[in-house]
Every structure is written in structure tokens, then in C-alpha cells.
Design a protein around this ligand. Structure first.
Ligand code: ARG
Length: 454
């Protein structure tokens, strides 16, 4: 493809370090598509005759068919673009040498990568929606469940089971918005930029954009050939999604321990031990948690690459695809596995409720005093002293004698201990976004609506 300028052949080491077909082979449908659009545009511009343009487009269709039928790279195929060029010569003969008129692999690879990424954003979006569906289905079964919510991993306040699971639903909604934005940013067409200065042939970029379905045309050929913002943005969306999967997984791993005992893992997504017959391990959640680190590595890798480069294309950019494909592949494995593992969880509602010890309603007790006229500061002090007394005498807060309450604050009445009820605590929080039963019903409606097809 570029041998004319060189007297000697390439070192085998150059070949080894330079060959990217192992990674970029999957770009072939997009490369064929953009090449057909290019052949059409060259014909429309009068650069090629109608017959030449048609021959190239038909040849490219046969190339696509051969690859779909299993055609494999040969040793001289540096990347998918050179492989398709070779196959096109085999299929269409010498006219194949006219396809590369006015274009470069620089605008070609940027265009093919963007087409692949647009498709990937849709696939990941659908996989996230599937996980959300699974969470929502389980959340609907937990409207009567309560469990401790933790801050600093210390029991904080009781919340509805639905509320807890939906706390993992909304971050995924934001991830979907991030993928939609990444897709929008990706949908800018570099084709026509040539190697760096723009094509010298009068092809219609509008025609190209329309036939390839891009949203916009790049404004600057130097920028367009070196721009990998779309890779970084997509990888950020991937990394954020992976982090959310990791956090969800960690909740399940933790709450599935014998010590917590809030959830039980199903057979389809847990493993046993080769030695310990009693074991049931949440491998899917652990692998999902671990994947977060790998996807983060991919994001850091593209940012590091971009950071070191001057303007225009440099070969460093070839590795953008390794990072991007790895992250997307991983998510397309993690998200459906998580959806499956979530769907088969069983929740131990009695254990969840039993873990809501009365000290967790200390805030409600302070609120009780506030409603009777005390300041919150004063109430906090009084309730704090009761918590200390209970702790020192080794009993639950709601088991302290009534006299202890009235001694702690004059505004405590005989009904004080009722403020320590779990359900009362939830019922007090029907504020929008709160864990009260009415608020949670409204939240469920909102979640269902957000998943409904638009
Ligand atoms: N395989 C290359 C890549 O993925 C294609 C672009 C090659 N461009 C070049 N100037 N050598 O980046």
C-alpha cells in the first residue's frame, strides 16, 4: 500500500508491533460501508466513471460476503483496511486501485471507528436497560421490606427495600444519558479530511454524511483525523457504568454474607468450592466488581495517549480501539450477567427487618422532641445520652424504662418509645425522593416510566 517509497522491506519486528488486524478486524462492516459511500461520492463528483463507481460498490459487496463467510487475514494484511483493499483487488481487479483516491486511512479509520462506536453505544444502552429492568422487577417485590441503610458502613436509618434497590437504578439511568451524549458526540463525520489537509477531490461531504447517517460533518481536517474525544467520552461512560455495577455488586456481596444475611444467591449465577462443600460464592458480582478496574484502565489509557500527542494523526492512536473494544466487550458481558444474577436473588425480609435495631430510629426520637418544641440541638443531646445509657446497660434503646426518657428531657411523654418504630420512621418520610411508602410508590412509577419505550 505504501511500499513505493521504500527500497528495502520491513523488519519482521515492525510487522509485529504495527499489525493491528487482530484488534480492528471487527471494523469490517463499517469499513465496507464507508468505502461504498466513498465510491459513490467519487462517482457523483465525476472523479470516477459511473461504471468504475458501480464496479467498486459491487466489489465491496462481494468482499463483505467473503468476510461474512469466514475469509481470514493473510500475513501481509496490516489492518482491516489493507485486508479489504486486498480482497477488493481480488474481486474487482485493477479498478480497486482507484478507491483510495482522495482518502487516507487516517480519515478512514476515524470514520469506521465512529460508526462502530455509534452502534456500540446503542448495544450498551440496551444492556443497561436490561439490568434496570431486573432491578425494577426485584424492587417491586420489596415494598414491604425494610433494611438498614448504611453510612460509613455503620447502621444509619431504616429504609424500604424498594428504595435501596432503586438507589442502584437511577445511576444506570444517568449512564444511559451519558451513552446517548457520547453517541451524539461520536456522530460527526471525519471522511473527506484525507490524511490531514482535506481531500483534493470535490466529493460531496453532505452526500457522504447522509448516506452514512452521521449527524454532522467535522469542521477541521487536522482536528478530525486526530480527534479521539469520542473514544474518551464513550470510555468515560463505560467506566462510570462499570463503577455503578461494581457498587451494586459490592452491596450484594456484602449483604449476602452470613453476617448480613439479607440476600441469597441463586444457582444460575453462583459457584461452589472444590474443597468446602458448604460454599456458595457470588462470583458474578465479584467479577463485575473486578471489571470496574479493567474498564477504568481503558479510560486512563486513552486519556494518557491523547495527552502525549501533537495535532494530527500519530500511530499511537491505533491503540484507541484496543481500549474501546475491551471496555465495551466487558460491559456487554457484565451487564447481562448482573441482570441475570439480580433476577434470581432471594431476599430474606425477616433478617432485613431484624437488623433495624431501635438505635437506628434515634433521629426519629430527636424529631419527636423537636415536634414538641425542643430545638434540634437540645433534642440531639438528650437522645444521645439515652443511646449511651442503653449501650452501657447492654439493652436496646426502646427497652429503656420510661423514666429514663423523662429524665433525659422534660418534653418526653409516655408515647416516646413509639417514635422508635421502624414503620413509623419510614412513614414520616413521604417527602419526594424519601423512603416513605407513598414516596416509594411514586418513585416506582417514575422508574417504570423511565424504562418505557419512547
Ligand atoms: N490501523 C491504523 C489505525 O488504526 C490505520 C491508520 C493508519 N494510518 C497511518 N497513517 N499509518 O490507526
Amino acid at each position: 500500500m505504501w511500499g513505493g517509497r521504500f527500497a528495502g522491506g520491513p523488519s519482521p519486528l515492525l510487522d509485529a508491533i504495527n499489525r493491528s488486524i487482530g484488534t480492528d478486524f471487527r471494523l469490517w462492516p463499517h469499513d465496507v460501508r464507508l468505502s461504498k459511500a466513498w465510491a459513490l461520492a467519487l462517482g457523483e463528483a465525476g472523479v470516477l466513471t459511473r461504471e468504475e463507481s458501480d464496479a467498486l460498490q459491487q466489489g465491496l459487496d462481494r468482499v463483505a460476503q467473503r468476510i461474512a463467510d469466514g475469509a481470514q487475514p493473510v500475513a501481509t494484511d496490516e489492518d482491516i483496511h489493507t485486508m479489504i483493499d486486498r480482497l477488493l483487488h481480488e474481486e474487482a481487479g485493477t479498478v480497486a486501485s482507484k478507491l483510495h483516491t482522495g482518502r487516507s486511512r487516517n480519515d478512514q479509520v476515524a470514520t469506521a471507528s465512529r460508526l462502530w462506536t455509534i452502534d456500540a453505544c446503542h448495544r450498551v444502552d440496551a444492556a443497561i436497560a436490561e439490568l434496570q429492568q431486573s432491578l425494577l422487577m426485584q424492587a417491586e417485590t420489596l415494598t414491604d421490606a425494610v433494611l438498614p441503610a448504611y453510612t460509613h458502613l455503620q447502621r444509619a436509618q431504616p429504609v424500604s427495600g424498594t428504595h435501596w434497590l432503586l438507589a442502584h437504578f437511577w445511576p444506570l439511568s444517568r449512564d444511559r444519558t451519558r451513552f446517548a451524549n457520547a453517541e451524539r458526540g461520536t456522530s460527526v463525520m471525519p471522511l473527506g479530511s484525507g490524511a490531514i489537509a482535506g481531500s483534493a477531490f470535490p466529493v460531496s461531504r453532505v452526500l457522504l454524511k447522509e448516506s452514512l447517517g452521521f449527524h454532522a460533518i467535522s469542521a477541521n481536517s487536522i482536528d478530525a483525523t486526530g480527534d479521539r474525544d469520542f473514544v474518551a467520552e464513550t470510555l468515560f461512560a463505560c467506566a462510570m457504568t462499570a463503577a455503578h455495577c461494581s457498587r451494586l455488586a459490592e452491596d450484594m456481596i456484602l449483604y449476602g454474607t452470613s453476617e448480613f444475611g439479607f440476600v441469597k444467591f441463586g444457582d444460575g449465577f453462583s459457584t461452589g468450592s472444590s474443597m468446602m462443600p458448604q460454599k456458595r460464592n457470588p462470583d458474578v458480582f465479584e467479577l463485575a466488581r473486578g471489571s470496574g478496574a479493567r474498564v477504568l484502565g481503558d479510560l486512563v489509557s486513552i486519556l494518557g495517549t491523547i495527552k502525549g500527542l501533537p495535532s494530527g494523526y500519530s500511530k499511537d492512536l491505533q491503540d484507541d480501539k484496543r481500549a474501546l473494544f475491551n471496555a465495551v466487550d466487558l460491559l456487554l458481558l457484565v451487564l447481562p450477567s448482573m441482570a441475570g444474577a439480580i433476577a434470581e436473588l432471594r431476599f430474606e425480609k425477616a433478617r432485613m427487618r431484624a437488623a433495624c435495631s431501635s438505635a437506628m430510629m434515634a433521629t426519629d426520637l430527636a424529631d419527636y422532641l423537636v415536634k414538641k418544641g425542643a430545638t434540634f440541638r437540645e433534642a440531639h443531646g438528650a437522645v444521645g445520652s439515652l443511646v449511651r445509657q442503653a449501650e452501657e446497660s447492654g439493652i436496646e434503646l426502646d427497652k429503656l424504662p420510661v423514666e429514663a426518657f423523662t429524665a433525659a428531657h422534660a418534653l418526653f411523654g409516655t408515647d416516646a418509645r413509639e417514635a422508635l418504630g421502624v414503620d413509623a420512621s419510614l412513614a414520616a418520610r413521604n417527602i419526594d425522593g424519601g423512603t416513605g411508602p407513598d414516596a416509594v410508590q411514586r418513585q416506582l412509577t417514575q422508574a417504570r416510566a423511565s424504562l418505557a419505550p419512547v
